[in-house]
Ligand binder design. Structure first.
Ligand code: KIV
Length: 262
């Protein structure tokens, strides 16, 4: 049985202090949110990865704040115990701090308890404005998918010494500004360890090794729903539900054709 007490931002700080590892999974609708919650996940990220794993786009740049609010609302309807984090999509926090706050408020009103944005020191004005509006912020550093064109593809970041130092400085700046956690995506283990030791808030890794305070994974990757999308190397598939679903539906089709159903 899950402890039904709602997970809050202060819980995460306490868990980091006590060494309790934190789990986060993406979800985009009420069914996935319900299952994630039943499994006891601590945080549900309504990620802009919805663009790729659900909507079939090649990158995350194709979703808007309207799309994200729609999916956050669907997840929130599950009333999960997990903290729901709404991902701010590309261009929703790049134009002005006023737009940033208004866009983040859309996600909060849809049911998010916090928002996530990508980028380091250059995001400090956005982070500050959100915190001033009492909206908790999660940072995201390393391979930041919204920068896919600037980075030249989805590739590991922070491999060179200078890049690793910049990453640590970015993480320090986000934590000092008041971000309650920082996602580290696709960075070497040693860099993730350096960041985790350098900052006072939880690091949540994805493809960043074992030294983070928690781990996040995309629902479709962990449960075998990736289809033709190439899975990142670090993914451990805990089930192959796409095959199971196809097999179940094949049985339904066969029963319909044979008259066995209904
Ligand atoms: O959108 C997303 O799923 C994410 C995670 C990969 C951290 O940002």
């Amino acid at each position: 049985m899950n402890d039904r007490k709602k997970v809050t931002v202060p819980d995460l700080a306490r868990w980091r202090e006590s060494g309790r590892r934190i789990s986060m999974i993406t979800a985009y609708d009420v069914v996935f949110a319900r299952i994630a919650d039943e499994a006891g996940v601590d945080m549900i990220l309504v990620g802009d990865s919805v663009a790729m794993v659900v909507l079939g786009h090649d990158d995350t740049l194709q979703v808007t704040i309207d799309d994200m609010a729609h999916h956050v609302a669907a997840v929130a309807r599950a009333k999960p115990r997990a903290l729901v984090i709404g991902d701010l999509p590309w261009l929703s926090y790049h134009v002005s701090v006023e737009e940033t706050v208004r866009n983040a408020a859309r996600l909060v009103r849809a049911g998010a308890g916090a928002v996530k944005l990508e980028g380091g020191r250059k995001r400090l004005p956005a982070v500050q404005a959100l915190l001033d509006a009492e909206i908790p912020v999660m940072g995201h550093l390393g391979m930041t998918p919204q920068s896919v064109h600037a980075l030249g593809g989805f590739r590991v970041q922070g491999k060179e010494l200078q890049a690793a130092r910049e990453l640590v400085e970015d993480a320090r700046a986000l934590a000092d500004a008041g971000c309650f956690a920082v996602v580290l995506e696709c960075v070497p283990d040693g860099v993730a360890r350096a960041v985790t030791e350098a900052i006072g808030v939880p690091t949540i890794g994805i493809g960043a090794g074992r030294h983070c305070d928690g781990q996040v994974i995309v629902w479709h990757d962990v449960l075998g729903f990736s289809g033709p999308i190439r899975k990142p190397k670090f993914v451990r598939e805990y089930a192959d539900l796409e095959s199971d679903a196809a097999a179940a539906l094949a049985r339904f089709c066969a029963d319909v054709r044979s008259g066995g159903y209904p």
